[in-house]
Design a binder for this molecule. Sequence first.
Ligand code: NMX
Ligand code: MLT
Length: 429
Amino acid sequence: MEQFKNNVKKRIDYLGMEIAWMLREHPNTVVGEVSVKQLLGGMRGLTALVCNTSYVDPYRGLFISDYAIPEFEDKLPEEIFYLLCTGKFPSETELAELREELGFRAELPDYLWTFIRQLPPHLHPMTMFSLCVLALEGESVFKQKYEAGELAKSEYWEYMLEDAVNLLAKLPAIAAAIYRIHLLREEPIDYRPSLDWGSNLAHMLGVNPELSFAELVRLYMVLHCDHEGGNVSAFTSRVVNSALSNLYYATSAGLNGLAGPLHGLANQVCLRFIRGIHERFGESPSTDQLDAFVREELDAGRVIPGYGHAVLRVTDPRFTAFMEFGNRHCPNSPYLQTVKKLYYVVPNILKTYKGGKVANPYPNVDAISGTLLYQYGISHFDFYTVMFGISRTFGFCAQSIMALGLNQPIIRPKSVTNKWLMDALERAE
Ligand code: NMX
Ligand code: MLT
């Protein structure tokens, strides 16, 4: 993995120089402030982290390095991991090196196969997935070296990288095994060395032999890979890793955050939402019926899944990329048609709902992603967040490698009490 490691090192050295300059020239310069609303409101909009793997512009969406989605959506997941970690796309030989490494490390240890088969079948697939990652924790090279007292601080990132490639290589087989053994009740399909990482995932899921399914899986993996540092799952993973808990602990923790309905589970919730609509109004609901249904949901105090965002203030470009894929490959899918009608109806309702309180009335990625998986035969909605999780682990890994390379300390913000805050407000008057 020499070339990859060298390129990660170059990235770390470059960013490290910038950080050294900022700390030397501007150690106490104030670049932001915090309001009471932010302290009490989930720190929304508070600039409190630096993350160099990706950036989310409220009006233009996800950027990895300087590339916006249309500039990287046709790449392989391996290329995206390279980009997240090094800031540049790999050359052909660099890509071949990483792909070879992922291939070498793809085999699951026997004890994990036993573990997967013995998982209680009633568990949610995200719980199974997170447990499987945790079950591999003993494999952590970082942990072994650290415990043996063999690691200098400056070397931490190298072993994070080692753990990252080991873990990422195994995720397709783990996820596919969970899907086939526990949801389809079928035997797993063998890994095929001639295929790339994403095509192997599509192959091992075994639900659809069409080339466009492999294309969808590839796109799915690329679009969900990272979304800067503050989203629940990436932030959780990074906080856990900042205590030098190894990448397996950190990934499992991040996945647990992703499993919430306001975050990654929203893709599964969206499909149930659409199925509920179809059960009630048939597969071609009118916009009037949808309007009434959405208002009913809101009146009942429920959120409309797949709409809204903490950072974005426009339609999520990941939604648009999936919509373009759907228009090309399955324009007549009733689910896709309903997604389109909801896109026509929901923003207009959310714009005025609660006096205009919803900061972003437009759809996010989860409003459409499951629809496409469903169309291609992944009919178990509970699996959709696992697909999100496989991809998001690229981001967890890249963020932790970078953070350790840049010597970021343990994350530990100060919290205060109501009394502290009220006293501070009194003093401010
Ligand atoms: N439906 C109904 N109400 C909403 C929605 C929605 N889709 N989005 C926001 N609101 C409400 C929100 O609950 C809050 O109400 P209250 O003050 O009564 O608690 C109010 O609008 C203001 O919230 P925002 O500032 O707009 O949103 P926030 O940044 O707090 O939360 C989400 C962002 C994504 C959690 C929120 O928009 C939401 O719950 N969306 C639906 C779930 C979803 O699609 N999640 C997936 C997000 C993307 N992902 O992949 O993680
Ligand atoms: C994500 O991809 O993590 C979601 O869009 C949520 C976020 O960015 O806050």
